[in-house]
Design a binder for this molecule. Structure first.
Ligand code: SAH
Ligand code: SF4
Ligand code: F3S
Length: 439
């Protein structure tokens, strides 16, 4: 075992994984470890993994394979996250140079696992199953994003959609108390963050264990924390999307004008096979509430094409829904069969080529919808939070409240710092971004 306490950590997967990594980094630092930028420079190499689709899972095994020679140089490997929980001890068979495997429900035990690792133990596991009630709360979070503070308010998932690994990899649904969420929001604000993003696999399934606040009430309370200018939340599930969420966005100016509401399919038959427990009509009713808000609220969604048994007619219904809602952003995925899931036992008769063809049709149509949606912003003045600079193009890169990327120029000699807010007049529109100049 390398005696120097240095680590390299790489994250795959969703925002919750990225935020877990911030907490893992903070925990490691508290244990005396120092983060380095390259695998080669680290004593301990950690991969925080994703298993949502097969491609994501393959990525980590490829990465391990690329670096396994470092084991001989005394470096140790740890696999964290969803692939760790899913594959468990099988990872030691597939990659014998891995010493530690831990799912997200066991991270609070990381300090003791690290002690065992330092003592030279191998095959250390943290594989708490679905039964855990605990959430991973730590005061050591090392926030990697300088302007946006993430707060996980609910972990796990109990919905068991037929295609999805998350209930198996992240365990049962459990919420934090709204008191502790608000205390963390206040701490973040005190540190100078002005944007907060509340996270959960199904963020709006939130249920305060103390019974003090509904999800909408928690949103309002976070939005009213002094110093906070923007609050985002993701991902919302249609089943638990209530009208008071729209009302509170209308009432509290700091809540951003954006809802990400994954629909997955526009066909009632496919939604039933997926066990989503809503119909297209149910979904569209929630969309109608959002569209009736006083402020224009931007909508985005996730869609799976080629679910087992999806007929050309089912796919057309998804395309119809797309045309009806006119989303500002769609994440489209080809169905990927996942371990343990019920969909794996359904006949997956749609070829890879057909899945790709459907995805392409979907993305092409969506691009046209977005071209029109985005063009409506021409001439508007909007508040943009600065995220980065692009000196080569003389542009500043930022984001609107609706979560749209805005690239703009600014007359000031010194470019505005990341995290600052600018008023920008939109002078150009594209299907995925806006351009403009500060006013
Ligand atoms: N909890 C959220 C989604 C979380 S997973 C919800 O229920 O809406 C993020 C997205 O990955 C999903 O919305 C879905 O579109 C996609 N996804 C999940 N499992 C998949 C699979 N087996 N194959 C392809 N896409 C999948
Ligand atoms: Fe997966 Fe469904 Fe849970 Fe979303 S609601 S995480 S898609 S099981
Ligand atoms: Fe991937 Fe796990 Fe997130 S499977 S999408 S990292 S919850």
């Amino acid at each position: 075992m390398a005696t120097d306490k240095t680590f390299y950590l790489e994250t795959f997967g969703c925002q919750m994984n990225a935020h877990d990594s911030e907490k893992v980094i903070g925990t490691l630092q508290h244990e005396g470890y120092r983060q380095v930028e390259l695998e080669e420079d680290a004593g301990l190499i950690l991969y925080n993994t994703c298993s949502i689709r097969d491609k994501a899972e393959q990525k980590v095994f490829n990465r391990l394979n690329d670096h396994k020679k470092l084991y001989k140089a005394g470096k140790r490997f740890a696999v964290l996250g969803c692939v760790a929980q899913q594959e468990g001890e099988k990872i030691f068979e597939r990659a014998p140079y891995v010493s530690l495997v831990s799912g997200s429900a066991s991270y609070r035990k990381l300090p003791e696992m690290l002690v065992r690792l330092e003592a030279g133990e191998t095959r250390i596991t943290g594989l708490d199953d679905r039964q855990t009630e605990e959430t991973f709360e730590t005061e050591f979070t090392s926030r990697q994003n300088p302007y946006r503070g993430y707060i996980t308010i609910i972990e796990g998932c109990d919905k068991f959609c037929a295609y999805c690994v998350v209930p198996y990899t992240r365990g049962k649904e459990r919420s934090r108390t709204s008191t502790s969420v608000l205390a963390e929001a206040q701490r973040i604000a005190d540190q100078g963050y002005t944007e907060i993003q509340l996270l959960g696999q199904n963020v709006n399934s939130y249920r305060d264990p103390e019974g003090k606040r509904s999800f909408a009430e928690l949103l309002a309370a976070v939005g009213e924390v002094g110093g906070i200018r923007r609050v985002r939340f993701t991902t919302s599930h249609p089943r638990d999307f209530t009208r008071d969420i729209v009302e509170v966005i209308d009432q509290v100016p700091t809540l951003c004008d954006h809802v990400h509401l994954p629909v997955q399919s526009g066909s009632a038959r496919v939604l039933k096979l997926m066990a989503r427990e809503y119909t297209p009509e149910w979904y569209l009713e929630r969309i109608s509430w959002i569209k009736a808000a006083r402020r224009p609220i931007s909508l985005s969604t996730d869609i799976i094409v080629g679910f087992p048994g999806e007929t050309p007619d089912d796919f057309i219904q998804t395309m119809d829904l797309l045309a009806q809602v006119e989303f500002d952003c769609v994440y489209g995925f080809k169905y990927s069969g996942r371990p343990n899931t019920p969909a794996l036992t359904m006949i997956d008769s749609i070829s890879e080529a057909e899945k790709s063809a459907r995805l392409q049709v979907l993305l092409d149509r969506q691009r046209e919808i977005q071209r029109i949606n985005y063009s409506k912003h021409l001439g508007q003045v909007m508040e943009v939070m600065v995220e980065a600079h692009n000196p080569a193009r003389g542009q500043i890169i930022g984001r609107s409240s609706q979560n749209k990327p805005v690239n703009f120029t600014c007359g000031q000699a010194i470019a505005p710092a990341p995290g600052s807010y600018m008023q920008v007049k939109i002078t150009g529109t594209h299907p995925n971004s806006l351009t403009g100049e500060s006013v």
